[in-house]
Design a protein around this ligand. Sequence first.
Ligand SMILES: [Zn+2]
Length: 281
Amino acid sequence: MEAPYAKLEQLEPGIARLLAHNPSAFTYYGTQTYLLGERELAIVDPGPDLPEHVDAIVQAIGGRPVVAIMCTHTHRDHSPAARPLAERSGAPIIGCAPLALETAGPRADAAFDGDYRPERALEDGEAIAVDGQDVIAVATPGHTSNHLCFAYRGALCSGDHVMGWSTTVVFPPDGDMAAYMASLDKLRQRDDRTYYPAHGPPVTNPEQYVRGLMGHRMQRERQVLKLVGEQPRDIPDIVANAYPGLDPRLVTAAGGSVFAHLLDLERRGLVRNDGDQWTAA
Ligand SMILES: [Zn+2]
């Protein structure tokens, strides 16, 4: 299958999609930018700053007014095109908050877009009217602390919180497993009919899908607890046992997710750590 790079796909009335050419082990075929609205638009997740992608978005806008450029979070595959697109469309950047880094040290890892500066950050439940319908911010921390989903006409742009092709990477310290689980539970209690993720196909059975994701994480948690209950282990040892046959490109991400589980379990008093060794408490 040839992925539809730079080809505008109309998914339903008022929701269209444009795929950026940044395929990888983490982005699937690439980042999907959504155009919400008809006579006027909001652009969700403008994506990486690739000139041909920004050109394709500008062409898809076709001179229509753009009310807002909205980012779900500030990873480099989502927000860097916001500024060039704002310059070319005149639209404000309104959406997730810039990431508040506690230190400028190792936490400011390469995945983050440190240059992101929104005109306005939306709080949970805040709305922007587009074509007479609200785009509503749904705060969904976990993948990142600043992650928002955007609800529009019964659909939800789910960013990287819920993806259509893979489970989400939860990488501490900004990624937080307890927050991620709470954000999944928050979506489970909503009644959005379809999710449009930043990576992968639409999710047309959201409730069942989100339940499956929660079940998967709970199973992973039990597995981590069992492994550290057998003997003290470090994270690479847990990854080797919990993810047999893992694609080597994903070992670091899996280590991050295991670390996120361990930190959550530690907060709940179920594990403790000594240096790089983790043990059941
Ligand atoms: Zn992404």
